[in-house]
Ligand binder design. Structure first.
Ligand SMILES: Cc1ncc(C[n+]2csc(CCOP(=O)(O)OP(=O)(O)O)c2C)c(N)n1
Length: 572
């Protein structure tokens, strides 16, 4: 992608300024009002320029916290999350979050400081080739080499991050570039001939899908995160209702279809519902919309949707046919494509039997867990969180069992309330993402559901919570183990619990107290209800250390290497 600059007519009016000041000016032009970051030598000129500006900066206590917070912000606002870090270790501390944002298609613009151009490549102090390191995990990246290019690059970076399939874009700024003086000028509009995302679908392909819908007896819609990015929830609902097509969600697509709708089958994939997975196995027409068909969704590809004509709608042409053979490929944004489909598809196949069959499966094979009425079951804890927040909260999670229980039991019905690390599966994601989500959407309650393992990877951000008095509620699903690892060892490694049991955890209440945050231990269902209600009422930061049963497993489950229909733990 090469920039072709269009001269700004107003160039003559513009005064000379430093690269750092240009960056601030360019950020203001993009409407950026919050940055997440951490300073250091190579970005001192940038932080000095920031000092003079009215842009909010959230100083996290680790760069990983900054980038996950920016991800949470991006997920709930749809706008790019903006991150600043210094060169070398500051930049490399961002790498996990960058990879996470790339695989989950989150728009981020990341600014890293770099050593001066004269010493690049000399192993200078705090030098790391972050452009080289992040090449495969960014949508695009830049190193600014001429100060005059900086505003145009910033403009392009935001454009690329937020259009087409969203993703992270990194801009590396050598220290001498941020101090050099140049004329501030940005092109009127971004001109990137090599980057033209296809938004409108090919109508012939849309007609083919409409024809397929007209004859299909067993159609199913698989709605992924692309539906949420495009804001196509209403279109999908109309499509499903108009043609009586059942709907399954991917993990990241949760919230794109009302969870209490009679046509909703639940989440599909490794820990999906039996009805959703069997629907994908038995369907004659699979309409994938904004979904990647990754291995956690499909199970063994040799068994996936073998009886179906597959239609795949995706804004990223590289996704189509990548994993699943596709009969009707449609490149386009989910909203425009489904709108066009609604206009074209005037008749429906008779799906009566199919809808009946799947609703039978749904009621015969519901999600289940053993209730004993005494201990606090993690699944019940998630139901309680739903009840107490009336399903309105933004929920972030870490990765592991609690993540899957949240996906299964919270019941997401509204878009942009579900913030989780789906593709990369990054422990340490959930809590800092909650900080960013709360900053992005201060109106809604935000609950970070984390594991006792994952929380300890980024817990230093408690300091940010306390400093900003952000009313985020942290719910630690404390099973005294790396639960998901323990589960796999129980099922597939004959209960050899190698390095997954952590019977002695820190006193999380005292830990929170050290940061000035209110906290409580929760041991029963009643306790959970009362303390959660109090925490929500308090409108201040709160940590709940929820002592759940430690031997609970996430079911149902597709065992590794098995087909989507070969689930275990479907019934008690
Ligand atoms: C950074 C990172 N390291 C390792 C893993 C592998 N992993 C996946 S789930 C899991 C256990 C998580 O334990 P915990 O946070 O306590 O959550 P639980 O499964 O008990 O709910 C581990 C170690 C990971 N996903 N991310």
């Amino acid at each position: 992608m090469k920039a072709s600059w269009v001269a700004d007519e107003e160039k003559s009016k513009v005064q000379m300024m430093s690269g750092a000041d240009m960056l601030m000016e360019a950020l203001e032009k993009e409407g950026v009002d919050v940055l997440f970051g951490y300073p250091g030598g190579a970005v001192l000129p940038i932080y000095d320029a920031l000092y003079k500006k009215n842009i909010r900066h959230i100083l996290t206590r680790h760069e990983q916290g900054a980038i996950h917070a920016a991800q949470g912000f991006a997920r709930v606002t749809g706008k790019a999350g903006v991150v600043i870090a210094t060169s070398g270790p500051g930049a490399t501390n961002l790498v996990t979050g960058i990879a996470d944002a790339m695989i989950d298609s989150l728009p981020l613009v990341i600014f890293t400081g770099q050593v001066a151009t004269s010493v690049i490549g000399t192993d200078a102090f705090q030098e790391a080739d972050i452009v080289g390191v992040t090449m495969p995990i960014t949508k695009h990246n830049y190193q600014v080499r001429r100060v005059e290019d900086l505003p145009g690059i910033v403009q392009e970076a935001f454009h690329i991050a937020q259009t087409g399939r969203p993703g992270p874009v990194l801009v590396d700024i050598p220290k001498d570039i941020s101090t050099a003086l140049g004329a501030f000028s940005t092109p009127k509009e971004v001109t990137l001939p090599g980057y033209q995302p296809t938004v409108m679908p090919n109508l012939l392909q849309v007609k083919r899908l409409a024809d397929a819908i007209a004859t299909a007896k067993k159609p199913v819609i698989l709605a992924g995160a692309g539906v949420l990015f495009a804001g196509a929830e209403n279109e999908i609902l109309t499509l499903a209702e108009q043609h009586r097509i059942p709907v399954a969600n991917t993990l990241l697509g949760l919230g794109s279809f009302p969870s209490d709708h009679p046509l909703f089958l639940g989440m599909a994939g490794m820990h999906g519902t039996y009805a959703a997975n069997i629907a994908l196995h038995e369907c004659d027409l699979l309409i994938g919309i904004g979904a990647r068909f990754d291995d956690r969704l499909t199970g063994d590809l040799n068994h996936f949707a073998k009886k179906a004509a597959v239609a795949h709608i995706d804004i990223d042409p590289a996704e189509i046919g990548k994993n699943v053979e596709t009969l009707i490929p449609i490149v386009g944004c989910a909203k425009h494509t489904v709108s066009a489909l609604l206009r074209e598809s005037t008749s429906s196949g008779d799906t009566t039997e199919w809808v009946y069959h799947l609703s039978e499966l749904k009621s015969s094979y519901p999600l289940w867990y053993k209730k004993d009425g005494e201990t606090l079951k993690p699944q019940r804890l998630l139901e309680i969180i739903h009840e107490e927040t009336k399903g309105e909260a933004v929920i972030t999670t870490d990765v592991g069992q609690h993540q899957m229980w949240t996906a299964q039991y919270y019941g997401f019905s509204k878009p942009n309330r579900w913030v989780t690390s789906g593709g990369l599966g990054t422990m340490g994601f959930g809590f800092p993402a909650a900080i960013g989500a709360k900053i992005g959407n201060p109106e809604l309650p935000v609950v970070a559901v984390t594991g006792d393992g994952g929380f300890q990877m980024t817990l230093q951000e408690l300091s940010v919570l306390q400093e900003l008095k952000l009313p985020v509620i942290i719910v630690i699903v404390n099973n005294q183990s790396l639960g998901m690892v323990r589960q796999w060892q129980e099922i597939f490694y004959e209960e050899r619990y190698s390095q997954s049991l952590i019977p002695v955890q820190p006193d999380f209440v005292k830990l929170a107290a050290a940061y000035g945050i209110d906290a409580a231990v929760v041991t029963t269902e009643e306790d959970a209800k009362v303390k959660l209600a109090n925490a929500l009422e308090s409108n201040s930061p709160f940590l709940l250390d929820c002592r759940v049963t430690s031997d609970e497993n996430v079911y149902p489950m597709i065992a590794p290497g098995k087909g989507i229909h070969q689930m275990i733990g479907v019934k008690p």
